[in-house]
Write a protein of this length. Structure first.
Length: 560
């Protein structure tokens, strides 16, 4: 096995500074500031859409569907969006995605100004805007690692959450004032205008793209690769399940907030803006203190504590007839919600290598947005049938039960190791191989002492996960019944190009796992590795006098 380039050995990482350290990087500061304006526009638009729906229909479930229309696209589009973010220039993907949302916001403004809006058209435009943001999210979040030094990545993730929640703190109040003074049309127009600064910043960003050694995967194969990585990554699976559960249980807060303002508090658009702003202020406070929480509590302790705080806050919200008390508990709910979501987000970013970062972040977005969309639909129907207070109480009960998931789905410990892929290069081949040659079968023989057999087998289970998530299939480990010290690992790759991709995706941690497995080898010589072309039609002579193919057709290392 080729050894990693010595240049990949990283120096000790600098100690992380405060939450604002990533803002010292000019590129990140510009993008973060522009995204703050964009998020502010989204909050203003959300207030306008939710309040507009209360004026268009008396159906309570339709009001809750506004939140679903904004979040459902993230669940549906995030996975292909993550693949696109990993396949293409993330800056260009972001520009296109923002253009989609800008077009949706502009169309909604014009339709509403012409008095042509209906409940379903309002939901449709919200869905279009949400689709653009769903496409934008993975490209934006996965490019954060390109904008800041590695040791400040957790703070940068938290700052992006702060950006959203600063907007959530002030946007709803501004949105309520705009809606009350000038109507929903002005709110929709403000959203469209506030997309423009972020578009300009992305257009001016001179992103340095590193040329790929191998050609990009097709979209369907890239999506499959993303699913495969998530399925064979236990820590990521746990985070996604916990994220979705939190989204379903807590979906009532944002979905039913307009009804809390109108029905439980007897207020107007200004009331809705105030309580939504209170939730946002709490979220900003939570994000600002995320480093303190992570230093004092484990991920599981923090997430469980936040769930309990949210359950108490939602219960109080359901029973409170006073604006001040409702706003106070929503501050606590916002802080708990943001700490939970940020810990989930950081867990994903610290667990996934860069080559699949967009797809794993897309899976995270799909989990949180899908959970919120399902929760919004669920609690909206409960509110329609049994009342807003009952729906909130049921949501609080579900939230209080989520810490019990730790028995089966305990949050993994955060491990901030190097996630850059190490390309092991192409092995020697004496056959004429093209990118589509395959399947490729790999066999590795280990000679392991009888005393170490059980320990070796345990390590090979970890090797199996690394093979599967990087592109192999039909992995197996077999033991010779005539010579129990002889073990054979076997796996397939669909094509020669897929095998080269597998060799280019290993992280330092995965290579270390393989080296541990190799350390059990007690044979006289090195490991014996066989790489074989299965069903090698075309690599053999088609006539008796035709020569066998030689080395000349091996896929070039410099292919792009």
């Amino acid at each position: 096995m080729a050894q990693p380039d010595q240049g990949t050995q990283a120096a000790p990482a600098p100690r992380p500074g405060g939450i604002g350290e990533p803002l010292r990087t000019p590129l990140f500061r510009r993008i973060w500031s522009a995204s703050l304006l964009s998020n502010l526009g989204l909050m203003i638009q959300a207030v306008g859409a939710a309040w507009s729906m209360t004026q268009l229909t008396t159906d309570v479930s339709m009001v809750a569907l506004v939140q679903t229309a904004l979040m459902l696209p993230i669940m549906l589009v995030s996975i292909p969006a993550g693949a696109i973010a990993d396949m293409y220039d993330r800056r260009k993907v972001g520009i296109f995605a923002l253009s989609v949302s800008l077009a949706g916001a502009t169309a909604l403004t014009l339709v509403t100004a012409a008095n042509l809006a209906s409940p379903w058209s309002l939901l449709g435009f919200c869905f279009l805007i949400g689709t653009g943001m769903a496409l934008f999210g993975p490209a934006w979040q996965s490019s954060v690692s390109e904008q800041v030094p590695p040791h400040t990545l957790p703070q940068a993730v938290a700052l992006n959450s702060i950006s959203y929640n600063i907007a959530r703190s002030f946007g709803p109040a501004i949105g309520g004032i705009i809606v009350a003074a000038a109507g929903a049309v002005a709110a929709f127009c403000a959203n469209a205008v506030l997309y423009v600064p972020l578009l300009i910043v992305l257009i001016l960003w001179r992103r340095v793209a590193v040329p790929a050694r191998l050609p990009p995967e097709r979209l369907d194969r890239a999506i499959t690769s993303g699913f495969r990585y998530v399925i064979h990554s236990p820590s990521i699976r746990v985070v996604l399940w916990r994220t979705a559960a939190t989204g379903v249980a807590g979906g009532s807060v944002s979905a039913l907030m307009p009804l809390v303002a109108r029905d439980l508090l007897g207020g107007s658009a200004e009331t809705y803006g105030l309580i939504l702003g209170a939730f946002g202020i709490g979220a900003v406070a939570g994000a600002l203190n995320i480093n303190t929480v992570r230093n004092r509590l484990s991920s599981e302790q923090a997430v469980s504590l936040c769930a309990v705080v949210m359950a108490i806050a939602i219960t109080t919200e359901a029973l409170s007839p006073w604006l001040a008390l409702t706003a106070l508990v929503l501050v606590a709910a916002g802080a708990a919600w943001m700490v939970s979501v940020t810990i989930f987000n950081i867990g994903i970013q610290l667990s996934a290598p860069r080559w699949v970062a967009g797809r794993t972040l897309a899976a995270f977005q799909a989990a949180i947005a899908g959970g919120i969309a399902i929760g919004s639909w669920l609690w909206g129907h409960v509110a329609q049938g049994y009342g807003v207070s009952t729906a909130l109480l049921a949501s609080a009960a579900m939230m209080a039960l989520t810490p019990l998931l730790a028995r089966w789905l305990r949050m993994p410990a955060e491990v901030d190791d190097d996630k850059e892929a190490i390309d092991l290069g192409a092995p020697e081949s004496a056959l004429a191989l093209t990118a589509r040659s395959g399947p490729i079968v790999v066999e590795v023989e280990y000679c392991v002492s009888m005393e170490e057999a059980r320990a070796f087998y345990g390590v090979m289970q970890k090797v199996q996960l690394t093979r599967h998530r990087n592109g192999a299939y039909d992995w197996s480990i077999a033991r010779d019944i005539a010579d129990p010290t002889l073990w054979t690992e076997r796996f397939h790759c669909p094509t020669w190009l897929d095998y080269l991709r597998l060799r280019s995706r290993h992280t330092a941690g995965e290579i270390e796992i393989q080296q541990v497995a190799e350390s059990y080898h007690r044979g006289e010589g090195p490991l014996r590795v066989r790489r074989m072309l299965e069903r090698p039609f075309g690599s053999v002579r088609w006539k008796e006098d035709a020569p066998d193919a030689g080395r000349s057709e091996v896929l070039p290392i410099t292919a792009t």
